[in-house]
Structures are given as structure tokens and as C-alpha cells.
Design a protein around this ligand. Structure first.
Ligand SMILES: Nc1nc2c(ncn2[C@@H]2O[C@H](COP(=O)(O)OP(=O)(O)OP(=O)(O)O)[C@@H](O)[C@H]2O)c(=O)[nH]1
Ligand SMILES: [Mg+2]
Length: 196
């Protein structure tokens, strides 16, 4: 699949603000700072479409991007950022769960997990939701460029063991927003689902 155009449409802090045009959606889910915005930018071949920053917790709304005038990318708020008050974190968690549970046109979720670390409890909880709500997902192992090449096969094998036990996990793909590793595989997984 080729991405020819991508534009920011809206940021929603409330599910009532989401588009109602029935276009399919691909959502990006992961802890704060894991690389969601950078992955979206890399997929779209744009440097600063989705705001990437060194300050975790920046993405606080569901940010909608229209791609090829045909479907949406949804950059979800990052979870697990400790410096945000517990009450606010909990309301973002609820917003994400409500979104996953109720969004009929959600075709695929890209769950991001840092390639260098074990998935956190929160990551596993989100993956549990995806499986429970019957949403197909792929796992992108982000910042793979920071992992020594020699360690990659072992890390990938461990991650596959962890995630492939979920019926709705369709693939586990090492990804780097720096080198572009995994970009074609992620785009292919998206195209396959959108053509379903
Ligand atoms: N080396 C390397 N750095 C990355 C990669 N992806 C993201 N980063 C860096 O990690 C930091 C966070 O990236 P973002 O894309 O803003 O992360 P996010 O998940 O959107 O964060 P929030 O919006 O705060 O939830 C930035 O400094 C990025 O430059 C990658 O593949 N490799
Ligand atoms: Mg972001």
C-alpha cells in the first residue's frame, strides 16, 4: 500500500466528538513515549504530521488523521505516564477502553511495545482488552534500532511467544522510525485488513 496523502482532522477528548462518516480506522496504542507518533509519521513519510516529542504524555486526545482520503489513523493517548495525576491517567484509560469497545469501524490496532523491554502490565492489560473485544491487532516492537542486531532474533522470538497466544494477534513486527525497518510489513498488515 502506498500512502499518498495524510492530514490531521481533529483531536477528540470525548467519544461524542469522533467522526460519524463510517470510514474505517486503524488505531495506534501504546504507553507514553513508546513511539506512536513517530511510527505514524514514518508510515506516512512525513516528518511532523503527528507531533512527536521528548516530553512524554504529550498526546492527550484521540488524534485523527485522514489517509488517502479513505481511512483514518487514530493516535491514541499514551498510557502509563507516571507524572500525570492518577485521576487523569484513569480517565484516559477509560476513554481508550470505551473507544476500543464501541468503535464499529475500527479495523485494526497497532499495539506498540518497546523492542528493548518486556511488555509492561499495562501493555498486557490493553492486549487483553483487544482480544476480549475481538479486535485484530499487530504488535510493533519499536525503537528496534536501539537493540544490538545480535539480540534481535531472541527478543523477537520471546515477543512472538508472548503475543501469538492471543487469537487476535495477527503479527509481531520489529520497527524503527529511524531506519524504516518494518514499515512495509506494517503497511501490508494495514492494507490486508482494510481490504477485508
Ligand atoms: N531511536 C529511536 N527513537 C525513537 C523511535 N521512535 C520514537 N523515538 C523517540 O522516542 C521519543 C518518543 O516518541 P513519540 O513518537 O513522541 O512517542 P509517543 O508514543 O507518540 O509518545 P506520547 O505521545 O507522549 O504518548 C521521541 O524522542 C522519538 O524521537 C525509533 O524507532 N527509534
Ligand atoms: Mg504521541
Amino acid at each position: 500500500m502506498k500512502i499518498n496523502s495524510a492530514e490531521f482532522v481533529l483531536g477528540a477528548a470525548d467519544l461524542r466528538q469522533l467522526p460519524r462518516d463510517g470510514m474505517k480506522e486503524v488505531a495506534f496504542l501504546g504507553r507514553s513515549n513508546v513511539g506512536k507518533s513517530s511510527l505514524i509519521n514514518r508510515l506516512c513519510g512525513r516528518k511532523s504530521l503527528a507531533r512527536a516529542s521528548t516530553e512524554p504524555g504529550k498526546t492527550r486526545e484521540l488524534n485523527y488523521y485522514i489517509v488517502n482520503h479513505r481511512f483514518y489513523f487514530v493516535d491514541l493517548p499514551g498510557y502509563g505516564y507516571a507524572r500525570v495525576p492518577a485521576q487523569v491517567r484513569s480517565s484516559w484509560g477509560k476513554l481508550i477502553e470505551q473507544y476500543l469497545k464501541s468503535r464499529d469501524h475500527l479495523s485494526l490496532v497497532i499495539q506498540l511495545v518497546d523492542a528493548r523491554h518486556e511488555p509492561s502490565e499495562l501493555d498486557m492489560m490493553r492486549v487483553g482488552w483487544l482480544d476480549y473485544y475481538g479486535i485484530d491487532f499487530i504488535v510493533a516492537l519499536t525503537k528496534a534500532d536501539k537493540l544490538p542486531v545480535s539480540k534481535m532474533p531472541r527478543y523477537l522470538q520471546d515477543a512472538r511467544l508472548t503475543f501469538n497466544s492471543y487469537a487476535h494477534c495477527k503479527d509481531v513486527i520489529p520497527f524503527s522510525a529511524v531506519s524504516g525497518l518494518g514499515r512495509n510489513e506494517v503497511l501490508k498488515a494495514i492494507a490486508d485488513k482494510l481490504c477485508d
